[in-house]
Design a protein around this ligand. Structure first.
Ligand SMILES: C[S@@+](CC[C@H](N)C(=O)[O-])C[C@H]1O[C@@H](n2cnc3c(N)ncnc32)[C@H](O)[C@@H]1O
Length: 226
């Protein structure tokens, strides 16, 4: 039986993640994956060169406008969501742990006034803490080991300034379901950690996306820091 290309790239991502994890390096596989793709985005499972469809729908419904506000894109990959926020009038900073992804994003979007930075969520630049009026997190929590989840959510929350907004797009699961494999979906209970970080949930949507003929459940969640 031949596997579809879509299945191949996800399987490869899992294989790389497992290889790195076995060596005690939890985060190194992202850079390895971007590197081995050799500049072909079709080999990177999440890199479709389009802004995230669910975030875009949310932004349109909520008439989101930047008006020069400072936005941060967490785990920005090739930067397509950063471009979308730039188009909406935000002053955008976007970061990723992978130097290859950031070089690639800079190359793709060199005409844009966006600050692309190589940075680790767990070791952010000083000044980023509480430094953004809009924070966007799409699919960075779910590929990180589930034991790290509270720490990851604390780190994402830490960027949100008072009166600012955070939007999270992630795979979703029921609280009682065991997450089976990478990417590990988030439950509402997982998400409640954002509230433990002082954020107030202002919107919660459940949506479905077809992936290889299967409906994949996603959550689009908005928060505000009072
Ligand atoms: C599944 S991808 C999603 C990329 C992008 N947000 C998107 O939706 O296309 C996760 C991204 O998070 C980045 N990442 C993983 N761990 C990170 C960390 N600790 N700090 C910053 N970025 C990280 C990876 O390099 C990767 O680009």
């Amino acid at each position: 039986m031949t596997e579809t290309p879509e299945f191949d790239k996800r399987a490869r991502a899992r294989e790389l993640a497992a290889e790195f994890e076995a060596r005690g390096d939890t985060l190194g596989w992202f850079e390895a994956l971007y590197k081995e793709s050799g500049g072909n985005n079709e080999l990177v499972p999440w890199a479709d060169l389009e802004p995230n469809r669910f975030f875009k729908e949310w932004a349109e419904r909520n008439n989101l406008k930047g008006n020069g506000r400072k936005a941060l894109v967490v785990g920005c990959g090739l930067g397509d969501d950063a471009i979308y926020l730039d188009d909406l009038g935000f002053k955008v900073t976007a970061f990723d742990i992978s130097p290859t992804a950031i070089e690639w994003a800079k190359r793709l979007h060199k005409d844009r006034d966006i600050q692309f930075e190589i940075a680790d969520l767990f070791q952010p630049f000083r000044g980023w803490l509480g430094g953004f009026e809009f924070v966007l997190e799409i699919y960075t929590i779910q590929p990180l080991p589930i034991e790290m989840r509270p720490e990851v959510i604390d780190a994402v929350s830490s960027f949100v300034a008072p009166n600012a907004e955070l939007v999270v797009v992630c795979r979703g699961r029921n609280d009682d379901d065991e997450p089976e494999q990478l990417p590990w979906p988030l439950s509402r209970k997982d998400l409640s950690r954002f509230e433990e970080n002082g954020l107030v949930q202002t919107d919660f949507e459940e949506v479905f996306e077809d992936e290889d003929g299967e409906p994949v459940r996603r959550f689009v969640v908005a928060y505000r820091r009072p």
